[in-house]
Design a protein around this ligand. Structure first.
Ligand SMILES: [Zn+2]
Length: 407
């Protein structure tokens, strides 16, 4: 057979077609996205917007409740939760309609990454308005990349994100707002621009965080409480979303949620949700495109933003179309590649882009499909070694649970 193949060589495999950016899934901004959650929560608490600073409008409807707790689990994607019912019996029971569960999925928003999503949660606005468009993004005033999680280099927080948080609006309207999180988050710029309003309670132990969240709910007739757990995401990054370490974390998260649910005071609702899901990126050259090793991908590139699964490409003047077409050819079926204008017009960052936000978005925006990533082994050695990654528009990253417990 081998000889026959040399005599009659087969047609070479056609090159895979580049993906059309118009086929990328777009977050369900305005109706079922993470930015809709708190506006829907406070509407269900009876908050009627007054004055100039109004709660953002949403079409998401939630049942009325006087006391609401949002428990955000970093990295708890809808698909990985559905795939692990044995590790998460309590959370899974909230999905099961035969047990009275009403669990559904929201989209995280684009990109599906923590800094962006926490700002979407807290402000109730899509990324195109709150303006935290990724893990790292260009500060157009300085020409430097800014890490949106660590806020480096330091940038004036309220110039970067000027909108009030829903916590601030709720607290001003008589709903007692609290955040219960790890103590080191209390004074970070990200907390200031995304999650401030009311009172911050720094609690080191995750179990005690659940207890404190329940106590804060009980402390007022109308209360809005936010609490957060980080380590599921960290284990997914380091070991992968199907590792034993990750599964152990999921079991722990399940017990935390149950502990909080069992302490809810009357007239309460608990929503368990997340900031994004995750995919495991194989440790192969096929799945890991390295900008620092590939002259085609680095040509015309001035700054590389985002992260492995989602890239902002800031290019030398006039090079956007050429860079987009080269990346489209090289990444082929592994990515949706759009110019800034295309990404904005397609609504990836939301229906509206504020002027101050536009130039923070890459001249070219790259959203990975499948399980591939664009790493940068010299620029980003630590991030490039991660197994679990997120940031793109695929269901594994975009879909997050909205699980509900009511008393
Ligand atoms: Zn993460």
């Amino acid at each position: 057979m081998a000889q026959a193949a040399t005599e009659h060589p087969q047609e070479p495999e056609p090159d895979p077609e580049p993906l059309d950016p118009r086929t990328a899934p777009v977050p369900r901004y305005g109706s079922a996205s993470l930015s809709d959650l708190l506006p829907a929560v406070v509407a269900a608490q009876g908050l009627s917007p007054a004055g100039e600073e109004q709660v953002p409008h949403t079409r998401l409807r939630l049942e009325p409740a006087d006391r609401v707790c949002v428990f955000l689990v970093d990295g708890l994607g809808w698909e990985v939760l559905r795939a692990h019912p044995e590790e998460a019996p309590f959370l899974t029971s909230l999905l099961d309609t035969s047990l009275g569960g009403t669990g559904t999925a929201l989209t995280s928003g684009f990109p599906s990454t923590t800094a962006t999503s926490l700002a979407s949660v807290g402000t109730g606005l899509p990324p195109g308005m709150h303006g935290l468009p990724g893990y790292t993004a260009l500060d157009p005033d300085t020409g430097r990349l800014m890490n949106q999680l660590r806020w480096q280099p330091w940038t004036e927080p309220h110039a970067w994100q000027p909108y009030p948080t829903v916590f601030q609006l709720a607290d001003a309207a008589g709903i007692t707002a609290s955040q219960v999180s790890a103590p080191h988050f209390e004074h970070t710029p990200l907390t200031r621009v995304a999650l401030s309003g009311g009172t911050f309670y720094g609690v080191l132990s995750a179990e005690e965080r659940m207890d404190r969240a329940a106590a804060r709910l009980a402390a007022a007739d109308r209360a809005l409480v936010y609490t957060y757990y980080a380590e599921l995401d960290g284990h997914g990054h380091r070991y992968g979303v199907d590792s034993d370490a990750w599964r152990g974390q999921l079991m722990y998260v399940d017990r935390l949620a149950q502990r909080l649910a069992e302490q809810l005071p009357p007239r309460s609702a608990l929503y368990v949700t997340a900031d994004h899901g995750m995919v495991d990126v194989p440790l192969t050259d096929r799945a890991r495109f390295d900008v620092d090793e590939d002259w085609e991908l680095s040509a015309g590139l001035a700054q590389l933003g985002g992260e492995g699964r989602m890239r902002h490409l800031y290019v030398v003047p006039g090079a956007a179309r050429d860079v987009a077409s080269v990346w489209r050819e090289v990444l082929a079926e592994h990515a949706w590649v759009a110019t800034r204008e295309e990404a904005v017009a397609l609504g990836w960052f939301g229906p509206r882009i504020d002027d101050r936000v536009r130039a923070r978005i890459g001249d070219v925006v790259v959203a990975m499909s499948g399980d591939a990533a664009v790493v940068a082994t010299e620029r980003e050695p630590k991030e490039s070694a991660l197994i679990g990654m997120h940031g793109s528009a695929t269901p594994a990253e975009q879909l997050i649970p909205l699980l509900e417990v009511r008393t």
